[in-house]
Design a protein around this ligand. Structure first.
Ligand SMILES: *Cc1c(COP(=O)(O)O)cnc(C)c1O
Length: 465
């Protein structure tokens, strides 16, 4: 064996061992970390030594020292934020992506990753019921997927207003008026900010956080005629899991000539489940969509997906060339033309592996199971004295309260300190809440039973104190 071969062998073998031990510990270990970042800096910081360290030693040190500071996010008992686990096929594919070390920006340079990502993209459009000829970009996450869709929107709206955005920038150009539901995800505002579009107009929502189409119509009617308009809708509200009424809201937006973008970070996946299709009905009528593969699909971080119907707008906004060179529509895009980055890892490969390992039925089953577990948790918890389920549990999110805000905060803190499960505290519709997000393929009956016990015990402890 050559020296480099031996170095790779021993470092990778060590990594496999550590990875397997970590994954095997998920069933039993406390979910939360036992050390803080500040404490761990002692192990990882200090001056960089002059001499290097053998690769295998580096790997062993990393794994052992990091362990107490790791959150068991791959565990079926992790219910925080909206953070999915990792499927075996996608984790292994992700390792291959690192080993292959392809700079996945150009089709001709890395044909295998381009073909794999294109196949994954075609499957995704089919599964999610989106236009089969739309372009796909594999971004770092939904924040950047949304940003990408909004960038395409900005390009198209400015071009249609007769403004050369690339040459002139935004200054002096027509103002794009942007509209969001009050309960949109904050990263939509971030995307608009990156794009220089300013703060959006907020439109009232109903009790589950769904945008009100009548209010949207009214808000759109207040801007001057022929002003460029951009409407952002949402599939999957962070707190309730609710979906905007796409058919009505998109019809309203269309009547005003607006571009419609949908943030479907975790919710767009409902479209893959026949019984849940009503939630996303009409969503295919939008212009662009952002979603995540690292949430509901359970691929490793990081992976978001941008989908844009108007391929000219997307490639013009993201491609690294002047607008006068963008004539080709119809052919496949180079990967760098559909995402903000030029160089990137082939993060669509773990998506392909996840879809290939699950199959169409497996994807539907995985999403259906998450919803089933969320409803099971909501039903069991609602049966406990002193627990209020605040949302209609139509998808994967459950928002709870325990009487007043102080009690809810105390119960949340107890649950996190207890360690059997991990759930996020948040604030929704002027109340402190405990939010459960079921996002992990491996969450099973034992996990939901432990979760109910943990909530019950925490509430009892708070009441008894
Ligand atoms: C998670 C999330 C985002 C942001 O996605 P990242 O992958 O964290 O960048 C945007 N919108 C919604 C609804 C989300 O749940």
């Amino acid at each position: 064996m050559s020296a480099p071969e031996e170095d790779y062998r021993s470092a990778l073998t060590a990594a496999v061992g550590h990875a397997r031990r970590w994954l095997a510990s998920q069933d039993e270990r406390p979910v939360g970390p036992s050390r803080t970042a500040a404490e761990l800096e002692v192990d990882f910081g200090g001056p960089l030594s002059r001499a290097g360290t053998p690769a295998t030693e580096v790997v062993d040190y990393l794994a052992v020292k990091a362990e107490p500071g790791l959150m068991a996010m791959p565990s079926g008992r992790f219910f925080g934020w909206v953070i999915g686990g990792t499927l075996p096929a996608s984790l292994a594919a992700d390792w291959l992506v690192s080993a292959w070390d392809q700079n996945a920006g150009m089709r001709f340079a890395t044909p295998a990753t381009a073909a794999i990502e294109e196949a994954a993209g075609t499957w995704l459009l089919d599964l999610l019921g989106l236009p089969p000829n739309a372009d796909i970009g594999f971004t770092t996450g939904a924040t950047m997927a949304n940003f990408t869709g909004l960038a395409a929107a900005r390009w198209r709206l400015m071009a249609d207003a007769g403004w050369d955005l690339e040459a002139e920038g935004l200054t002096g150009g027509p103002r794009i008026h942007t509209f969001v539901g009050i309960e949109r995800h904050d990263t939509i505002d971030l995307g608009l900010r990156y794009l220089g579009l300013g703060r959006p107009t907020v439109v009232p929502v109903d009790g589950q956080g769904r945008i009100d189409p009548v209010e949207l119509d009214r808000a759109l009617g207040l801007v001057p005629a022929r002003a460029p308009l951009l409407v952002c809708l949402q599939a999957g509200n962070l707190h309730s899991g609710a979906f905007d009424p796409f058919t009505e809201a998109i019809a309203v937006a269309r009547a005003h000539g607006a571009w419609v973008h949908v943030d479907g970070a975790f919710g767009l996946w409902a479209a893959a489940v026949p019984e849940l299709a009503a939630l996303t009905a009409g969503v295919e009528g939008a212009d662009s969509w952002g979603t995540d593969a690292h949430k509901t699909l359970n691929v490793p971080y990081d992976c978001g997906i941008a989908v844009v119907r108007d391929t000219t707008a997307l490639r013009s906004a993201m491609g690294v060339h002047a607008s006068y060179l963008v004539h080709e529509t119809g052919g496949p895009a180079d990967p760098f033309e559909t995402v903000p980055e030029l160089s990137r890892r082939a993060r669509g490969v773990p998506v392909w592996a996840a879809l290939k390992s699950l199959g169409r039925d497996g994807v539907a089953h995985q999403v259906r199971e998450l919803v089933f577990r969320a409803r099971q948790l909501a039903d069991r918890l609602a049966a406990l004295d002193g627990v209020e389920v605040l949302n209609d549990v139509s998808y994967t999110q459950v928002s709870l309260a325990f009487g007043d805000d102080a009690t809810t905060r105390a119960v949340t803190a107890r649950i996190i300190a207890d360690g059997r499960v991990w759930m996020s505290g948040s604030r929704w519709q002027d109340r402190d809440i405990l939010r459960i997000s079921v996002s992990n393929w491996s969450t099973d009956d034992d996990d939901t039973t432990v979760a109910v016990d943990a909530v019950r015990d925490a509430l009892a402890a708070v009441r008894g104190s």
